[in-house]
Design a protein around this ligand. Structure first.
Ligand SMILES: [Fe+2]
Length: 299
């Protein structure tokens, strides 16, 4: 089933037809950790390992979610973290056999799944806001939480979603030309990063990868950090959601093995401010695309 996840990752990464956005800049350890939320009554253990949560032809608005699972230093991605997701169908009902799945993060800590926008359901007299339930785990650590969506009018009256510590878990959604929705839900687990160890649960990725883009959303400028396992000819390219190349922060120079960081500006190649929206940072190592992450340029 991991092949399916990789196929979707590749589709999202390089087609330009679908994209997602990030929602948080790390600040300090205490601030970055993702807060918990209630488990709710509809969790079922043993969900299938699959990245397509909604059954084929299911009613509802198609929705693509991606994110990166980070360690408690707020910047080290965690490979092979288990992300268990479940949510209501378009009508607000939970189903035993659909709308649930397990995906694992890749070497760059990134995960993705596709489904439909969760429906609302009544909790007493109030509708719960649309939400995803998450259980995110690595060996010895498990986080149970929920992800909500900006602009949901049911949030203020919901006893859980209206909590002040939920703010970082209310994510914006963007619509593409095909009316699909896209969002990013980064998760910060309270586990230590393990740098350059071998076989650790969150060991430094063995493949060239973008470690993070920060802040995300970005206003005027930000930073990109990459990991190279060996000396590499590296290029970094920024594409719009429509697939147009808009900027080239790094262009074919050779870099030694290790962690490298660049300042990037939210500007195109002509020095003009990028329009607010979703952009894709694509990384090429020795001429081959090896990684891509999305970021949001804010207003
Ligand atoms: Fe729920």
């Amino acid at each position: 089933m991991k092949i399916e996840r990789r196929q979707i990752l590749r589709l999202l990464s390089f087609s330009g037809a679908a994209s997602l956005l990030g929602f948080r800049a790390y600040q300090s350890q205490a601030q970055c950790l993702t807060t918990t939320d209630i488990l709710g009554p509809f969790y079922l253990p043993g969900a299938p390992e699959m990245a397509q949560l909604a059954p084929a032809g299911a009613p509802g608005t198609p929705l693509f979610i991606t994110g990166t699972v980070y360690a408690n230093d707020c910047q080290s991605p965690i490979p092979n973290a288990k992300v268990d997701v479940w949510h209501a169908n378009d009508g607000g009902g939970y189903e035993d056999d659909h709308y649930r799945g397990v995906v694992y993060t890749g070497d760059n800590g990134q995960y993705t799944f596709q489904t439909i926008l969760p429906g609302k359901y009544l909790n007493g007299a109030q509708f719960r806001p649309r939400h995803f339930h998450y259980k995110v785990s690595v060996t010895g650590t498990e986080l149970t939480t929920q992800i909500y969506f900006e602009g949901d009018t049911s949030i203020p009256a919901d006893p859980w979603a209206s909590s002040p510590d939920v703010v970082e878990r209310i994510i914006p959604l963007s619509e593409d030309a095909q009316n699909n929705l896209h969002g990013v839900a980064d998760i910060y687990l309270d586990v230590e990063p393990v740098i350059n160890s071998q076989g650790g649960q969150n060991a430094e990725p063995g493949q060239a990868a973008i470690r993070y883009i920060s802040p995300n959303p970005m206003a005027g400028q930000g930073r990109v950090q990459v990991f190279l396992p060996k000396a590499t000819t590296l290029s970094l390219q920024i594409y719009s959601l429509q697939g147009t190349l808009v900027a080239v922060p790094a262009n074919g120079k050779n870099f030694p093995a290790g962690i490298h960081e660049w300042e990037i500006r939210a500007e195109n190649r002509h020095g003009l401010q990028l329009q607010p929206g979703i952009y894709i940072l694509r990384m090429l190592a020795d001429g081959q695309p090896v990684d891509a992450k999305r970021f949001l340029v804010g207003r």
